[in-house]
Design a protein around this ligand. Structure first.
Ligand code: ZN
Length: 154
């Protein structure tokens, strides 16, 4: 089973502490590591052999993109983004999932191109270090803020 299918199973069992909300096409979850505060993922509901946007039927694809956009807007408002970054990657886990990063000036420190550039230019060992994991209290606050904004838009 892929990591994302595994996380979705945790959501269905009510055991995923990062889970925020279920939409028609996917699940909204807060990212495990929060160097980029407000980092959120939108996980497509099913995996199967649908690993590219062009594998989805047009109506389903439109709905998935529309819902991702709403999630991005909620993330932007909830966490005060200056600019949202959107990424659909999948070389690690092919399961369709959006990485939604609220970006603010200075969030790369001196990394990247003089502090500018995609989040992935921030060193992996710093981005994924345990110090960047939200505390239970922080996570609870983040989920509440995001849910509030999502519910305004949906
Ligand atoms: Zn999967």
């Amino acid at each position: 089973m892929c990591l994302i299918c595994d996380r979705i199973e945790q959501i269905k069992r009510g055991e995923n502490p990062y889970f925020v909300k279920e939409l028609d096409t996917g699940y909204v979850v807060i990212g495990d590591h929060q160097h980029f505060r407000g980092y959120t993922l939108f996980l497509y509901k099913s995996h199967g052999n649908k690993t590219e946007l062009f594998h989805l039927a047009p109506a389903e694809r439109t709905r998935f993109l529309e819902e991702m956009t709403v999630v991005a807007q909620a993330v932007s408002t909830a966490f005060g983004a200056e600019k949202m970054n959107y990424e659909l990657l999948g070389m690690g886990d092919a399961h369709l999932h959006w990485h939604l990063f609220p970006r603010v000036a200075g969030d790369m420190g001196t990394c990247g191109n003089n502090g500018n550039g995609p989040v992935w230019w921030y060193p992996m060992e710093k981005m994924y270090c345990d110090d960047e994991r939200p505390t239970e209290h922080e996570l609870s606050d983040m989920k509440q803020s995001l849910l509030l904004e999502l519910d305004k838009l949906l």
